[in-house]
Write a protein that binds this ligand. Structure first.
Ligand code: SF4
Length: 524
């Protein structure tokens, strides 16, 4: 019995048939036969290779999540994730996303913390048409979920930031064109998350592979290579391999790392299959050696550590581009938008002379290329739609995963709780003057990065005032990605017994914030 055999049930499903093949069955069988015609192995497995997840039946409380069989939790509708690599959208693409939301998804749309757009209430009958509408404007759902190379995170200000030295968009584009949908890379042990950014303005430490901009003293600007990050249970931050990679080699190095994961990654236990476990066993030195000797067939160049920001960069507000125009970053609450709102964003951008929008991995969006004389009017227009360009610290720093509204693994509600929390704190602590991050997660899976927030909230049932089990959160305090160079980012401390009911969450966070204000040292 080793790390690779015997295969777990998910591995057997993947071995039986490549997940990418399910598209043909959606087109020829399921879209005509409806939900009941879907093979169970496709329904709860392979459909993910095309961005489809069954969504949770409404009205099932979190206490029953772990008790019910998967088919009892399944609704006959789907969540559909659209990958938006690098978070870059033209207005034409944004309008198609809005249109699909209104026509097929009951006007739902969330901006995820991986720069995707996620719909709900999708019927299998509509999926082939949705694919065609997306693909007509260069968007896709290919490998948006599943044990695949997921969306590649990129800097939301790639190509426009004043401080950027290299725009890595061409590497992201090449990876997507060459390798997304490649059947030789579509049966990985688990998901594979990537980030490529000059500015370290993505959660680079939480990805399986990250390229972070750095200037080599001899070779000039390139990228520092990190591997093996992943949060969820047993969180681990990515480690530097000490290698400098020039822009044109990024796709080849990315390929080598994902091939190591495919070939050596663990497949016996799903809970120990992410790349981080292989890295933990091998160590960074051996990982680099295998990458160089077996996959690249050449040594990598040693490189320096990049300078890293002290706090995550979310790009909210009004900022100058290198070409003298401005980008305007705005904050919906916890990424919740709608098809109607996406249209409003597109209208606002167009009316103010912009043709480009970017999504951020902090559930925000930017409108690019705005002339200085249009900036204030654009900010006012966005505000009239409830989208703040100068949001409170609370709105700016709060993220939430999908939660019990649609997610089958959830134990608690998240998006609506986040909205209540932000409203409470904006009323009670309107002048709060520090950056703060609050991440609400509906279960221990940490999709909204519980462990790296100032206040990380992990959904679970807790004992309420009447002794009954009710929705609540375990609290992790003091995490935070993005630390000064030379330091490593930290995980929030999970303090034993530190829990709150969901109903008391606003008061709890208010108390933490007031204590912080009372006790912080000068300049903190
Ligand atoms: Fe679902 Fe849990 Fe992920 Fe939230 S953290 S989206 S509840 S799996």
């Amino acid at each position: 019995m080793g790390h690779r055999e015997p295969l777990n049930p998910n591995e057997r499903t993947k071995k039986d048939d490549n997940g990418l093949n399910v598209r043909a069955r959606v087109e020829s069988i399921y879209a005509h036969g409806g939900f009941a015609s879907i093979d169970p192995a496709d329904l709860r497995g392979r459909l993910r290779w095309w961005g489809l997840y069954t969504q949770r039946k409404p009205g099932i409380d979190g206490g029953r999540t772990a008790i019910l069989e998967p088919h009892e939790l399944d609704d006959e509708y789907f969540m559909l994730r659209v990958r938006i690599d690098g978070g870059q959208l033209s207005l034409a693409q944004l309008r198609v996303l809005a249109d699909i939301s209104k026509k097929y998804a009951r006007d739902t749309a969330d901006i995820t913390d991986r720069q995707n757009i996620q719909y709900h209430w999708i019927r299998i009958e509509d999926v082939p048409t949705i694919w065609r509408e997306l693909e007509a404007v260069g968007l896709s759902t290919t490998e948006a979920c599943g044990d695949t190379p997921r969306v590649v995170l990129g800097s939301p200000v790639a190509g426009i930031a004043e401080s950027e030295i290299i725009d890595p968009t061409e590497a992201i584009t090449e990876i997507c064109e060459r390798f997304i949908g490649d059947p030789t890379l579509s049966n990985l042990p688990r998901k594979f998350k990537s980030s490529i950014s000059w500015l370290a303005d993505t959660p680079y430490e939480a990805n399986d592979i990250s390229f972070v901009g750095v200037i080599h003293p001899e070779h000039g600007p390139g990228f520092d290579l990190w591997v093996g990050g992943g949060l969820s249970t047993n969180p681990m931050l990515a480690q530097r391999l000490g290698a400098w990679v020039p822009l044109h080699e990024v796709p080849e190095v990315w390929l080598g790392v994902i091939q190591i994961f495919r070939d050596y990654g663990y497949r016996r236990l799903r809970s120990r299959a992410r790349l981080k476990y292989l890295l933990a066993d091998w160590g960074a030195a051996k990982f680099r050696e295998v990458l160089e000797q077996e996959y690249l067939k050449r040594p990598l160049v040693d490189g320096p550590a990049p300078e890293l920001p002290e706090r995550p960069i979310d790009h909210v507000g009004i900022h100058k581009q290198w070409d003298g125009k401005f980008y305007v970053g705005a904050a919906p609450v916890a990424g919740r938008v709608s098809g109607t709102m996406l249209d409003q964003i597109a209208d606002a951008a167009e009316a103010h002379g912009s043709d480009r929008v970017r999504l951020t991995p902090y559930q925000k969006f930017l409108i690019c290329d705005v002339e200085s004389e249009n900036v204030d009017s654009l900010a006012r227009t966005l505000r009239s739609h409830g989208l703040q360009v100068t949001p409170s610290a609370w709105r700016r720093g709060t993220m939430a995963c999908t939660g019990i509204e649609f997610c089958k693994l959830a134990i608690v509600e998240t998006k609506a709780r986040a909205a209540e929390l932000v409203a409470h704190l904006e009323e009670r602590l309107a002048d709060f003057d520090a950056d703060i991050s609050i991440h609400l997660n509906g279960c221990p899976n940490a999709c909204a990065r519980t462990q790296v927030a100032d206040i990380g909230l992990k959904g679970q049932l807790v004992r309420g005032p009447d002794g009954d089990m009710v929705e609540g959160f375990q609290i992790h305090l003091g995490g935070g990605l993005g630390m000064a160079a030379g330091q490593s980012a930290g995980f929030g401390r999970k303090v034993r017994g530190l829990k709150t009911t969901a109903a008391e969450l606003p008061q709890y966070v208010e108390r933490v914030a007031r204590n912080y204000l009372a006790e912080r040292s000068d300049g903190e």
